[in-house]
Design a protein around this ligand. Structure first.
Ligand code: ADP
Length: 349
């Protein structure tokens, strides 16, 4: 009788759990070690068109679009898959996989259409506004340049003002270019495919650029593991490396040392790091550095040609490469900016 009561309680609990899971608006599918469907909730019937007889079938035979197959193979918990490719393409879904109980997986699919569209409106607005500002600014800059370069009576009185206006318009141009880069990165979330990026080649070129920017004021040590390449997007990655090295140059006083390393880490991933002996950053600012337009010292940032968007772009691009920016710093001693890419992104030529 005790066993019977116990079994009843278990059954009741299990029914209660099932009923609750049926109410959840997200589609939830439980998969076994071989990615076969064990159970699914009611929403899965709408989103994935699953039927009772699909239990036991492999999920790959039911969700077939290539990004999902790839995500299922090498998903990581920090990254979800955003896709239009489900349920006829009319809605946008966010797919996440969590591992539980001896290699079983829980696939959770959220409808994020409204959120995605709102973000799209914001992205489009920034992209369009930046784009619209570009042309008038180029015209203004052209006239300013001509006025600075053409000798005449106006020069005597207006030259300093004209030069200042020219500098300021160059700054606006840099900000617009950075805003466009940011919105481009955001809008390509669904479309981009990765390729093998020859990082050592990129860094060799970057070393020359950095030395030119520094104009002999800093010492550089580049330690680059040859043949260590990664899967990703070339131009965005170049922009990450360039931003970090350029910042090291801009925030390190004359005579300082800048060390750049590209190497395999203990987990067989690949790490890029830039260490400088520069001005450093107070701890309270570190968590906010990747916010758009956040600067510790606005005057210094402006004076060295900063837009305040560099690290925001870096953060965004790294997220797209399953990586994140790590920052360590000591005021007056220097800073370390580091990012590591997981082993599955490593591709050796
Ligand atoms: P900015 O264009 O102003 O440099 P970033 O987004 O690249 O914008 O950086 C944000 C802020 O982080 C900078 O304004 C600066 O205060 C700080 N910072 C970035 N890199 C360094 C560094 N290597 N050393 C000291 N401070 C730094």
């Amino acid at each position: 009788r005790a066993l019977e009561t116990h079994a009843d309680i278990q059954l009741y609990k299990s029914e209660q759990f099932k009923a609750a899971s049926m109410l959840i608006p997200d589609a939830i599918v439980s998969l076994d070690q071989k990615n076969r469907i064990e159970w699914f909730n009611a929403s899965s019937k709408n989103v994935l068109k699953l039927r009772r007889q699909d239990t036991g079938s492999s999920i790959e035979t039911l969700i077939r679009f290539p990004e999902f197959i790839k995500y299922l193979k090498d998903y990581d918990v920090s990254n979800s898959l955003i896709t239009h490719s489900l349920n006829g393409g009319a809605r946008v879904y966010n797919l996440e996989i969590f591992e539980y109980y001896e290699n079983h997986k829980l696939l959770i699919i959220k409808d994020i259409t409204e959120l995605y569209n709102l973000a799209q409106v914001r992205r489009d607005f920034i992209a369009n506004a930046s784009h619209e500002l570009r042309t008038p600014l180029t015209v203004l800059k052209g006239y300013l340049e001509a006025m600075v370069d053409t000798p005449g009576a106006h020069q005597e009185m207006w030259l300093p003002a004209l030069k200042n206006m020219e500098d300021q318009s160059s700054r606006i141009q840099l900000i617009i270019e950075d805003l466009l880069t940011l919105s481009k990165m955001e809008s390509e979330t669904l479309a981009m495919r990765d390729e093998v990026v020859l990082v050592p080649e990129l860094l060799k070129k970057l070393q020359q650029d950095a030395e030119q920017l520094s104009q002999g004021q800093h010492r550089f040590e580049f330690s680059i593991e040859a043949d260590l390449c990664i899967l990703g997007f070339k131009e965005p990655l170049k922009s990450v490396f360039t931003n970090l090295v350029t910042n090291a140059v801009r925030y390190t006083p004359e005579g300082g040392l800048i060390k750049v390393t590209w190497s395999t880490d203990a987990n067989q991933g690949a790490c890029f790091q830039v260490q400088d002996s520069g001005i450093g950053i107070e701890a309270e600012h570190i968590p906010r550095l990747t916010e758009r337009f956040y600067r510790v010292d606005s005057a210094r940032s402006r004076a060295t040609g900063g837009t305040g968007l560099g690290l925001a772009i870096v953060k965004h691009i790294l997220e797209r490469h399953s990586s994140e920016l790590q920052i360590e710093s000591q005021v007056g001693k220097g800073s370390l900016f580091k990012c590591c890419f997981p082993a599955r992104k490593v591709a050796c030529e």
